[in-house]
Design a protein around this ligand. Structure first.
Ligand code: PGA
Length: 250
């Protein structure tokens, strides 16, 4: 049985006061709700605030990015050891905004994946196709390559505790969501691809969906067999919307 996972990706949003209010509301509601795993990913500068505020809560937190290097002259970067210092549990890797705006390649993403696994942190590998790729029926080829490049570099065993997030680029921040059926097809294909390497890992790995998830569409997405939760951007900044999404799992 795969435990449901909902991750809030705050992106470059928030401030001390807003974070405080958001965390207070979602942590109060979480403790009285269900057995799903909830994670928030703040900008790294707020990791300390979030770790303190969630110290008594079951809500976990993660980073939006990390360096593949251990330490050294990498201005502006944050290492896995630094994240570990704050008991950070997850790291998003290969988010489409990092792939497109920061030109992260599959090789770099795989290097980061390996560093994260070695640090005992759970990587959340984000994959997804652009609208042009979907329209030219390249969706699965694109995603299969994004996954196989990492598997071939780090080995399938490194996926034992990993999470995959399917995020069609055309659905991120656009208000347009993949239909539950469209998403399910891709999730099932990802699981089938992983099964070619290792059936147990394929069955156990959590594959979550991201791209304009909101309180109205969450339930029908989460009902699909191979959708194990959500990666939520915009709606994770609003406590009520995020709580409603988490409750939609039931
Ligand atoms: P969105 O973002 O929910 O605002 O579409 C999702 C993401 O980028 O992870």
């Amino acid at each position: 049985m795969r435990q449901a996972l909902i991750i809030g990706n705050w992106k470059m949003n928030g401030n001390l006061a807003e974070n405080d209010r958001l965390l207070a509301t979602i942590s109060t509601s979480y403790d009285s709700s269900n057995g799903i795993e909830i994670v928030v990913c703040p900008p790294s500068i707020y990791m300390d605030q979030v770790s303190r505020q969630l110290s008594q809560s079951k809500i976990k937190f993660g980073a939006q990015n990390v360096s593949a290097y251990k330490s050294g002259a990498f201005t502006g970067e944050v290492s896995t050891a630094m994240l570990h210092d704050f008991s950070c549990s997850y790291v998003l890797l290969g988010h489409s905004e990092r792939r497109s705006l920061h030109h992260e390649s599959d090789v770099e993403i795989a290097d980061k994946f390996s560093a994260v696994v070695q640090a005992g942190i759970t990587p959340v590998l984000c994959v997804g196709e652009t609208l042009v790729q979907r329209q030219s029926e390249e969706t699965f080829a694109v995603i299969a390559e994004q996954i196989s490049k990492v598997v071939e570099q780090v080995g399938i065993k490194a996926f034992e505790h990993a999470v995959i997030a399917y995020e069609p680029v055309w659905a991120i921040g656009t208000g347009e969501t993949a239909t539950p059926e469209q998403a399910q097809i891709v999730h099932a294909l990802i699981r089938r691809q992983l099964a070619e390497y290792d059936v147990t890992i394929a069955n156990n790995i959590r594959i979550i969906y991201g791209g304009s998830v909101n309180a109205n569409n969450a339930h029908s997405l989460f009902k699909q067999n191979d959708i194990d939760g959500g990666l939520v951007g915009g709606a994770s900044l609003n406590a009520d919307a995020f709580i409603n999404i988490c409750q939609a799992y039931n």
